[in-house]
Structures are given as C-alpha cells and as structure tokens.
Design a protein around this ligand. Structure first.
Ligand SMILES: *Cc1c(COP(=O)(O)O)cnc(C)c1O
Length: 716
C-alpha cells in the first residue's frame, strides 16, 4: 500500500468518484459500497471503510485498472445514476403525501450525529438516532436539515490497560479524510457567524455534510480569530465541565439559528433532539421581539413551530445549570430580550431534585408545541417524572406523546441478507421495507439458506475480532492477557451472545455474572458451548461504569469461563455493525424502566439476531412471544438487590431451558429449525415496525406537517 500518492485527478471514466465519496449517501447503498470495496479491498479495510481517505491514498494503477474494467464501470455507473436520482427532490414520499406544505424546511438540532465512523461526532444511542433520522428523511424526501457540532477531536478512543482500566485518548481529526466541506453563503463565501457569549463574541465556522437530499450543518469554534479557550469549546463531545457544557449549548442553540440565517435558510419547524438544543428558543424569541413582537406573541409563534423529543428517564440525566451560570454566559445574549429576561429564565426554572435550577428540558417542554418520548413506556415514565410541570393535570392527560424509535434499515442490514431478501421478497423490497405484509415473505425462506447466511455473518465477526487482536499484538505490542480478552479463544461455531452498550450502572453489565458457577456451567457445557462478547465505553467521568468494565475484563481472563468471555475495545459504529450482524443473541438487561428505548436490539433483530432482554424501552412493545425472550425475575422493584438476583435467575433459566437447546437442536444437515423459526419472527416483526422509516413517517404526519400547516395558516 502506498500511503503518499495523492491522485492529482481521477481517470476521466471515474470522474465522479470524489462526488460519490463525499456524500455519505454511499454508506447505505450496496452498489456504491461495492464501488469502493472493489476499487482497493486492502485500503477499504485499512481505512475502516473511509472512501474520502481511500481516494487520497489509492495508487494511480488501481484507479486506471478500475477505469478499464467493464464490470466495475457498470456498477460505478449504476451507483452514480442512483446518487443523482436520490438527490432529486421531486416524486418522493414527502412531496406525494404532503404537497400542501411544499417548499418548507425542518431544522433538526442535535448535539451529536452518528452517520459513519469516518465522522466521529457521536458518543452513542442519541447520535445514532439522530443520524438514522436524517438518513431516513433523505430517503423519504422529508425537507430536513440537521444542525450540530463539528468536534475536531470527536469523542474519545477507548484503550484498555493491562489491569482492565479504561483509558481515553482524543485524536485530532484529519480534516482531509472527513466527508465535510465548508458551508457557503449565497455569495459563495465560507459561512462564519458570531455568537455572543459572556462578555465577548465567539466566531463559529460552519461545515456541510451531504446525505443525499439532506444536508447537515456543523458548528465549529476552532478558528484562529478566537481565543484559545473559545477554540476549545467545540473540540470534544461531552468532554468538559458544566461551564463548557452550557457554552456549547449556547453555541448550538443561538449559534445554530444564526448560522441558518446567514446561510439564507428560514426553517418552518424546529425539532429539538434532547434538551441540549433548548437555546434555539432564546435566539428565536429575540429575533421576533426585534421584529416588533411582544414576548407572549413571540412565545406563541415559537410554540406553533417547535417540537421537542426527550430521551432521558432519570431526573439527574437532564441538563440543568445554576441561574448564576446562565446569567454569566448569557450576559450579552439578551439584547432586545433584556426587559423580558426574567420571563425567559422562568421558562427553564425547575426543581429536578437538586433545588430550582435552569433546566434545559423544562425550557424545551414549555416552549415547544409538542413533546414526545421515545417509546410508549418512556412516555409513561416522562409524564410521571415531570409531574410538577403540570400540577393540575392528571397523569394520562399530560402533554407528552410517544414516537417509538426505529433504526435506518439500509444502514444496519447485512449485505448477505440484502441479497437473500432480494431473492425471496423481490427486487426493490428495500423501498417497501416498512410494509408489514412484505415481511411475511421471510417465512418462506428455506431454513438452510437463512442459516447459511447467519453462519457467514458470525464468521465475519470472528474474522474482524481476530484481525483487531492481531493489530493490537503486532502494532501496539499489548500483553498476552489482552489478546485473550480480545476474543482470540472464541469459537466461530458456538452460540454467541452480544452485550454492547455504554458501561454504566443502570445497564447492569455484570448481571450475567451474578452466579459465576452457574454461568460457567452454561458456557462450558460439552458439545453446547456458549460465549459472550462485551463491548462499550464508559463516560470519562463515570468511575462506577469503569469499575464495571474492569470487572468484566477480569472475568474474560478468569479460566473458569474457558476463554468464552471477550471484551472488544473502542466500540463505535464500525464495531457495532459487526456485532449486531454477527452475534446469535442480543442481550440487554437494564434496570427497568431506565432504558428510554434502546436501539441496538432493533439493529440485531432485523439481522436475525433475536433479543434476550428485560421488557424495558422498545422491547416492552416489541416482544410478541415468538420473536425473542423477555427476562423478568418478577421481584419487587423497590428492592434493587432482589431485582438483580431474580433477573439473573430468570436469565439463566432462559439460557438453559430455551435459548441453548433451540440453538443446538439440529437436523441431519445440521440446521437448527426451531432456532430459525425465532430468527424469522425477529426479522418479520421488528424490521417494519422498528424501522426509522416508520418513525420518520410518524414524526412527519403527526408533528412536522401539522406544525407547517399552523405556520402557513397564521401567515395567510
Ligand atoms: C446503536 C448504538 C448505540 C445505542 O444502542 P443502545 O441499545 O441504545 O444502547 C450506541 N452506540 C453505538 C455505536 C451504536 O451503534
């Protein structure tokens, strides 16, 4: 591999490769992925599937060879044709369903977006949800733009010390390798906007990310003109203290609205994804008052056109700041709003257990026209949790609805399954994937064919795990225990459970070790081995989470488990793809009801990896009795120790009596029919219902379109 040969230009025949690489649309389209995979398979793997970087590094010989290969050119032409078609804004689901609100824009604000591993501006589930929402909006033609942060150092990379302790490192992103470009204003100049912060003004640059029809705008303070501490404001996601956090949120909300204005974009609806974006409201009220509105009129107008999605079922998880801190950093933000300062502060005033503070969720709820939770159960929890907000309204009537999360199917489905479904569900199935009737076709797939694909996907996972261990061994010279813990003793044919999620207390990462002897018997059963692969990061400030992680790591090295426990480090979108596609069972055992929704189990289920989970979040509505298993120890929820013990027993019983026997019950051809029946039910029931397509259509029909109608009504 030559690492320094930058092609000055591309072969004429492949002139649009750069365009294709620069639009993350390629990531969820099979032909476009094939283009880059075939262009240089070694580089494809070495760059963790980063076409922008590939085109910087690829040799001219490989490009010329591809240009001269008719079968390559055919796929390339198909991919480019599909990209052009995907960028067209007419004849989409949105234009066909909502013609009366055409020409409007929806601005979707989020502190993180998980689109692809080459753009490390996400930490976990919230970002994945935002990324999947934008991709689906692109597919459906929903006129959405995203607004977020370009974190030059992203979220941290996880390293595990020889003692199993998580260490964090931040890498400065190489901008030339990222699918971003400066956002330009109408007169063709890079968009830079000023945000008042404290007693100064901070400059914010704006980057553009392309996703087919959807564009994302990312704010960045790392400009020469800013003071060093202001340059650092956008450096890292969730990296700083409270002071950093509130300043980031002011930049996201106030700066985001200003950036859109500078770009000439006037959204009809603002969708706030989690409370981080609440300060959008501040800038919008200011603008309206400047145009002559009263505070009440401004607030009413904003309520008509703002919607808020809340994600956190724990009171302490909601961002809140002392009023003094808010006043300090908003000092020069007030402007014409100054006379109504107290009224604005009252919008966020809320006591979530630690005294009255300025609460971002309260601000968003009070200034949005609609608030929604992310699963039906989470809706119940949110209505109860924010009771003081509506003192006279009985619980069921409190204005919080629910739109259950979904995952972007084209992003998360395995290529081998895509091909299998094309054979049995028909070409073009992916365009109809939220139609439950389509998925009845899965029942007709011959068991042995589906099983063969499942076996392949597990093997890809083990190849990935082994290659990663080899890299740590060869390049990083880690010790032998790390190589064992990384999963090198795992068996490619054995029943494999996946547990990949943030390491934090309520997710109970150690629950499965509650009775180590019983677990060891399950894992080491002769002829019916079971193995568990763990992955996940702890928040840098969460020492309790890091201790959980360390103890799991030590279990991986405990000989009594036979090398059948592994910990895969540095969980990200890339690792997630291999795990949700390659495991056999997806394990989730949070303390109910603390999982708002969860989405990794959906990604697994659509790939034929049934969910073995507490009936929390989405699984409370997703479980049908035949598409996976519910862990329910049935203990009194007021006694956490009893709950843990009972849930662990329930988990062992399910493994011993249901999961393991079904997996190892084979016919003469070694096909597990009973197992495949569950696999088929998982795919059939989860793919249409828990897709981002169903979710975005729901947002569009229940919230976006009505808000746009209200806006247009008032105007006429
Ligand atoms: C899907 C995903 C998550 C969220 O999964 P949960 O089930 O909500 O915990 C987090 N991180 C990554 C990298 C993911 O792909």
């Amino acid at each position: 591999m030559t690492l320094d040969s930058t092609p000055s230009h591309l072969p004429e025949r492949l002139a649009r490769l750069e365009d294709l690489a620069g639009d993350l649309w390629w990531g969820w389209h099979a032909d476009a992925r094939t283009v880059f995979r075939r262009l240089d398979y070694g580089l494809w793997r070495a760059t963790a599937h980063n076409p922008v970087r590939m085109l910087r590094l690829i040799s001219r010989d490989k490009l010329d060879a591809a240009a001269a290969d008719p079968s390559f050119a055919e796929i390339y032409d198909r991919a480019i044709g599909a990209l052009d078609a995907a960028r067209a804004a007419h004849n989409t689901w949105w234009t066909n369903t909502m013609p009366h609100v055409s020409g409007q824009t929806i601005a979707y604000f989020s502190a993180e977006f998980a689109l692809h591993q080459s753009l490390p501006i996400y930490a976990g589930g919230l970002g994945v949800l935002a990324g999947d929402h934008c991709k689906e909006a692109s597919d459906l033609g929903v006129p959405l733009i995203g607004v977020g942060f370009m974190y030059p150092q992203g979220y941290f990379h996880q390293h595990i010390s020889a003692e199993g302790w998580q260490e964090e490192s931040y890498e400065r992103l190489n901008w030339a390798d990222a699918p971003i470009e400066p956002a330009l204003t109408a007169d063709g100049k890079p968009c830079i906007t000023a945000v008042p912060l404290g007693d100064r003004s901070v400059l914010v640059a704006v980057w553009r990310v392309r996703l087919g029809r959807v564009t994302l705008y990312l704010l960045d303070t790392s400009l020469e003109e800013n003071a060093p501490w202001d340059r650092e404001l956008s450096a890292r996601l969730y990296g700083g203290d409270r002071e950093t956090r509130i300043q980031q949120e002011i930049i996201l909300g106030v700066g985001g609205v200003r950036a859109l204005k500078a770009l000439g974009i006037d959204p009809g609806v603002f969708h706030l994804n989690e409370g981080h974006a609440g300060f959008v409201v501040l800038q919008r009220i200011r603008d309206l008052i400047e145009q002559g509105s009263s505070f009440d009129d401004a607030l009413a107008a904003i309520r008509r056109t703002t919607m808020f999605t809340t994600h956190t079922p724990v009171p302490a998880g909601h961002d809140a700041f002392p009023f003094s801190m808010v006043e300090k950093h908003l000092a020069s933000c007030w402007g014409t709003l100054g006379a109504n300062r107290d009224r604005f502060l009252a919008l966020g005033s809320y006591d979530n257990g630690g005294g009255v503070q300025f609460n971002m969720t309260a601000l968003a709820i009070r200034s949005a026209g609609s608030t929604n939770a992310v699963s039906q159960l989470h809706g119940d929890v949110t209505r109860a949790m924010f009771a003081p907000m509506w003192p006279d309204v009985e619980e069921a009537k409190r204005p919080v609805s629910a739109v259950t999360n979904g995952v972007h199917l084209p992003t998360w489905i395995a290529g081998d399954l895509t091909d299998l479904f094309t054979r049995y569900l028909g070409a073009g199935w992916i365009d109809r994937h939220d139609d439950p009737a389509l998925w009845e076709g899965v029942l007709a797939i011959p068991d042995d064919e589906l099983w063969a694909v499942r076996q392949s996907l597990r093997r890809y996972l083990f190849t990935f795990i082994r290659e990663r261990a080899r890299q740590r061994w060869v390049e990083e010279h880690v010790g032998i225990p790390r190589i064992v813990a990384a999963g090198t003793l795992l068996e490619p044919e054995a029943l494999t459970l996946g547990f990949a999620r943030r390491f934090t207390g309520y997710k109970r990462p150690e629950l499965v070790f509650h009775d180590p002897e019983r677990l060891a018997r399950i894992l080491n059963a002769a002829g019916r081995p079971v193995q568990i692969i763990f992955a996940g990061k702890s928040h840098p400030a969460d020492d309790i989470g890091k201790h959980h992680l360390q103890r799991v790591y030590k279990r991986a090295l405990d000989p009594q488990f036979g090398g059948r426990i592994a910990f895969v480090d540095d969980y990200d979108l890339h690792v997630a793809h291999f795990l949700v596609q390659g495991c056999d069972v997806w394990l989730n055992n949070p303390r109910k009801p603390l999982e708002a929704s969860g989405t990794s189990g959906m990604k697994a289920a659509i790939n034929g990896v049934p969910h073995l989970s507490i009936g929390d979040g989405w699984w409370a509505e997703g479980f049908t009795g035949a598409n996976g298993w519910v862990i329910d120890g049935g203990a009194n929820p007021d006694n956490p120790d009893a709950v843990d013990a009972a849930d662990a027993q329930a988990l062992y019983r399910l493994l011993e009596e249901e999961v393991v026997p079904a997996f190892y019950e084979r016919d003469r051809a070694n096909v597990p029919h009973r197992w495949i029946a569950t696999v088929k039910q998982a795919i059939r029931t989860v793919a249409p219902q828990f897709s981002a397509r169903r979710m975005v259509k729901e947002y569009a029909q229940r919230m976006y379109a009505p808000a746009l109608e209200r806006k247009l009504e008032v105007r006429s």
